[in-house]
Design a protein around this ligand. Sequence first.
Ligand code: ZN
Length: 389
Amino acid sequence: MSTTLITNIGLLVSGDPAVPPVRDTAVLIEDGVITEIGAQAEAADIVIDAAGQSVMPGLIDGHVHPTVGEWTPAQNSTGWVRNYLHGGTTSMVSAGELHIPGLPFEDLTPRLVTGLATLAKRTIGSYRPSGVKVHAGTLLLVRGLTDAHFDTLADDGISQLKFIFYDWSHLEDGEAQQYVTWAHERRMTVKMHSGGVSRSGSSRVAGHELVTAVSPDVIAHISGGPIPMPDDEIVRTIQDLPEATVEVCSSMNYRATQVTVDELVRTNQLHRLTLGTDTPGGTGVIPRGMLRNIGYLASVCGLSPELAIAAGTGNVARRHGLPGGVLTVGQPADLLILGPITGSRATDVLECFQLGDLPGISLVMVDGEILVSGRSEQTPPPTVGATVH
Ligand SMILES: [Zn+2]
């Protein structure tokens, strides 16, 4: 058994708003799993001195578009997954592998989309590029799928489905709703593109009427990806689908995000909020996108930093049925050590987000394995860095 002890933690934020942040603590990790918080042990195979900095769960980007390995044709760049790791993202959930050059958006067949999802599941979805847990192999729902297709998808481990290019002119025949039922019978999660068309130009406009008719599990980028539905429809959609997760992405319309958050705060439903970047894509490649999302929500939209962090960690894990996202005993040790950057007025990570200041990352760990140490390549260093012994 291998053991890792993180000592001298100034502040530990769990990713679960029901668990208050803990000051001056230590965490014991055994074989990649958190086994004790408030640990008294002084020795371990690896001892990390957090130097009084903060510890929080690794970020889970709920909306990414992987293609092949770490190459993204959307911006013709490589190495994006590694860059996101250095921005604190330890897991990501694909919202469809739809950037493959030449993909005929107007002519997607069941055979093509099931093949694509399986390919992604067995490639980028299985080998952990740069050590990041990429949950890929997300089926693009099209007309003509059968119960047997869903069986095959389940056999292949496909668990995320997405409505984006589906032809809504046939909505009244009930096929889309049938897909949601079939998905739930197999514990799959259905995400639905909402708002105006995306960069492809081929996604379909989906406002309150369509989204509530389909009743997906996740309302993708409700505040814009990049164009949101009208404000009154955002509010009514949140109200009329009380079970649905409300996703906000970096591709957002900032004004509409305030509308979204106001409604969730007013009705005390922030547990429904999840975050993603909706990248790579037209919004770019944003290694610090999740950190910036949390900072925006906490500094401008009036959310407490603990709730904003949960939206980018524990809430995403819970919605998509993934392990992690919270730092509690029995969970994988996917975590960040981070703190204020020199020049910031903040004293810990919560104050950073409340001020809207980017925190500096000094260590990233996935399943107990240190993947980034010393300092991140994508953030300035925190005033004091963690040291590994
Ligand atoms: Zn997207």
